[in-house]
Design a binder for this molecule. Structure first.
Ligand code: HAM
Length: 407
């Protein structure tokens, strides 16, 4: 027997219902905020991720599904969505046209991580990316949108917020941090490596000993330049006005190198150690870095598998109409009725002729709300016997008025 690869899984049964429910409603919210759907390839040039997500990140350093294709191209299954969308933004010359461009997307992402609860090698993200607005109101809007999505599904999370500064304040802080890190004895091997590659990543090391050593580390939030500080204060005051609760987490650095200024994560206490449900932030320099015209940008991505754990749907809710036939002659009629009903409703036809008991049993299994059985009487009279499986009520409906009945 061949099984799915480790860390990869099928989405089916209840999870597939939740998945569609989630995508439909996220897409609706994103469209209400003026975002348009975009879909980019799953396979991209490896260089795209090296240059955007960054060589120092675990994603590029250890987790990429990378290979040489038959045309000798060095390619990679996308580990995240932002880089491909920035590539498309530049390739389609959207950086050269005026105006704001806002996109939403969803699909599979691939990271060769150690699988555990909430952490997969193939997982799905729903994300948004907004290009062209440097005003911090855009940051607030994007966070409000994510908050709307979480509220719609009645999900309780904590918003963690930080600012990662800009080219004015970051280099100065970086020097200060490296000096502090150099003075420490006993950092773990990962931290030692990160200190040289991207020192701020040391701050979110999960090792308890490192965290103790880092308790007195200088924090960028105390060293922000005037503009970054004003932006951060404005963002907080907009969130306050909208009653969005947040925690300032000065050690939130995110695992991707392209961020500057606003960085955020929504975390949940209800899904185990992998508690980040969604994350995002500003990446004002990435478009330029990938050879586009400098364009400010911000976005986020939700981890679909993690959020589905937190979504409840009414499994027992019956819907649709199940149509069975007691007589072979009834099958044509069943087909026609189903075609009429499907203009507005879900209708399932049983292809085999069966007894009443079996038809009702199958309708129940299909979780249908109504069951229609076509027998001799129905064929003669032009009326249908219908059972409401919720209320157990029996009805007789004229075939001609099927379309008007409130199913
Ligand atoms: P990220 O924080 O790497 O950000 O991923 C976003 C979300 O994807 C995480 O919060 C988590 O819920 C989910 N996720 C990540 N890795 C896994 C995994 N191995 N298994 C299951 N779920 C996972 C990004 O990817 C950025 N592109 C977000 C962004 C968009 N920033 C700006 N625009």
């Amino acid at each position: 027997m061949i099984n799915a690869l480790r860390g990869m899984k099928d989405i089916l049964f209840l999870e597939s219902k939740k998945y569609l429910f989630f995508l439909e409603n996220c897409s609706r919210v994103a469209k209400n905020y003026g975002f348009e759907f975009i879909s980019t390839p799953i396979l991209e040039e490896t260089a795209l991720f090296k240059r955007s997500v960054g060589e120092s990140s675990d994603i590029v350093g250890k987790e990429m599904y990378q290979f040489i294709d038959k045309g000798e191209n060095n390619v990679c299954l996308r580990p995240e969505g932002t880089a491909g969308i920035v590539r498309s933004f530049i390739q389609n010359k959207m950086d050269k046209t005026l105006g704001v461009k806002r996109f939403f997307y969803y699909g599979p992402m691939f990271r060769y991580e150690k699988p555990q609860k909430g952490r997969f090698r193939q997982f799905h993200q729903f994300g948004v990316e907004s290009f062209g607005v440097s005003d911090v109101k855009e940051d607030a809007m994007v966070i409000l949108m994510l908050n709307d999505i979480l509220n719609f599904f009645d999900i309780k999370t904590i918003l963690k917020l930080n600012s990662l500064g800009c080219p004015t304040c970051m280099p100065h802080y970086r020097t200060k941090l490296v000096k502090f890190l150099d003075s420490l004895d006993g950092l773990c091997e990962d931290c030692k490596r990160r200190k040289d590659l991207n020192p701020i990543r040391v701050l979110d090391c999960k090792n308890e000993r490192c965290q103790n050593l880092l308790s007195k580390a200088p924090l960028l939030l105390n060293e922000l330049c005037g503009e970054c500080k004003d932006d951060f204060d404005n963002l907080k005051s907009i969130l306050d006005k909208f009653d969005i609760n947040y925690e300032i987490d000065a050690k939130l650095v995110r695992g991707l190198d392209y961020y500057s200024k606003t960085a955020f994560e929504f975390v949940s206490d209800d899904i185990g150690a992998q508690n980040s449900v969604a994350g995002g932030g500003r990446y004002d320099r990435l478009v330029e870095f990938l050879d586009g015209k400098p364009t400010p940008a911000i976005g986020f991505a939700i981890g679909v598998e993690r959020i589905l754990e937190l979504i409840n749907i009414d499994e027992d809710r019956r819907e649709g109409i199940y149509i069975g036939t007691l007589e072979r002659d009834g099958q044509d009629l069943a087909f026609r009725i189903a075609a009429t009903l499907r203009k507005q409703n879900k209708a399932i036809v049983e292809f085999e002729v069966k007894g009443l008991k079996n038809i009702l049993k199958n309708a129940d299994r299909a979780n249908a709300k109504y069951c229609i059985c076509i027998g001799e009487d129905e064929l003669k009279n032009g009326t249908l016997w219908v059972k409401n499986l919720d209320t157990k009520e029996n009805l007789n409906i004229d075939i001609k008025s099927l379309g008007e009945f409130q199913w």
